[in-house]
Design a protein around this ligand. Structure first.
Ligand code: PXG
Length: 296
């Protein structure tokens, strides 16, 4: 495995960073999880936009341009001979002293890992997921800003631990007011009377690239889409429910807090969106190996 780290492509054993890196000491930094499908990097522009916006919000100046970063992602994939992959792109505040002041960190650390991916099983997509709501609330937008995909994931990890403890793979998190926000690493959608509904970003959530893609696909199909605040009541009484994220793509959710959603089967609209999403992964994004046509 070859990893990009601060200007170099290094074997895995040599791709190491300092114990004084503030990404490690304080979770000070931003990251992206990106997928490559069929020799193309899906929604790469959208992921890079989010990375650079998050960096700007935390006053972190990324030492490479967006174009250079795109090339870093593509070259890391090429060096690892990958066409289908999960890509982790990370920019930390860099090495500083033991104080938390970011001004003491002269140079951000940039690294990119490309690996093959572990997925939810095909069976889980057919059967649908069981999730619970957890007591850990999503970060309030006036504290650790949920729209920044920062290295501070402890709050979501608390939620994941609660899910692990009862043996379900994901957890729904509410915001401080009790409105549905998202899952620990996925956004949430419900379908009610033919309308596709997801919480607006001001509820306090990450504006997922998959979330936006799904809303665009739905609008293109003439499905009414609403960004609307809702509660667990709306989830329990939904006609369909699913989660979206780069890793999970679109995963039907059929049981929430022990309540069976509708008839307990993945919904018709959910499947329609999954199929359209999978088609889009064949044609969207820059080619990793120029001259190829993408989908085999
Ligand atoms: N909400 C949160 C809190 C996330 O971390 C998403 C939504 C979905 O966003 P995208 O852009 O991927 O549609 C995420 C992203 C994992 C893992 O291993 C998942 C994320 C981040 C880090 C790890 O499951 N999800």
């Amino acid at each position: 495995m070859i990893i990009y780290l601060d200007g170099k492509y290094l074997p895995r054993e040599q791709a190491v960073i300092s114990v004084f890196d503030h990404g490690l000491l304080y979770g000070d930094g931003v990251f992206e999880g990106i997928r490559a499908y069929h020799g193309r990097v899906f929604k790469l522009g959208e992921h890079l936009d989010r990375l650079y916006e998050g960096a700007r919000a935390i006053c972190l100046e990324i030492p490479v341009t967006k174009d250079e970063m795109q090339e870093i992602v593509l070259e890391t994939l090429r060096r690892n001979n990958l066409r289908d992959a999960y890509i982790r792109l990370v920019v930390t505040r860099g090495v500083g002293d033991l104080g938390l002041d970011p001004l003491k960190c002269p140079r951000p650390t940039v690294f990119c890992i490309a690996a093959s991916i572990k997925l939810y099983s095909d069976e889980l997509y057919k059967k649908g997921l069981e999730v619970i709501t957890v007591s850990t609330r999503r970060n309030i937008p006036t504290a650790c800003i949920p729209r920044v995909k920062s290295l501070n994931y402890l709050n979501n990890i608390y939620a994941k631990i609660e899910a692990n403890l009862v043996g379900v793979p994901e957890a729904i998190m509410l915001n401080a007011e009790g409105y549905v926000a998202e899952a620990t690493g996925d956004n949430i959608f419900i379908v009610k009377k033919g309308v596709l509904i997801t919480p607006p970003t001001y509820v306090g959530l990450l504006e997922g690239v998959t979330r936006n893609t799904v809303m665009n696909i739905a609008r293109g199909k003439g499905i009414p889409v609403e960004e609307k605040v809702f509660t667990l009541f709306d989830v329990y009484t939904a006609d369909e429910c699913f989660l979206t994220g780069t890793a999970a793509e679109i995963i039907p959710t059929v049981k929430v807090d022990g309540r069976i959603i509708a008839d307990g089967q993945p919904g018709v609209m959910t499947w329609e969106l999954i199929e359209a999403f999978r088609e889009l992964t064949k044609v969207d994004g820059p080619l990793i190996y120029p001259g190829e046509t993408g989908a085999k």
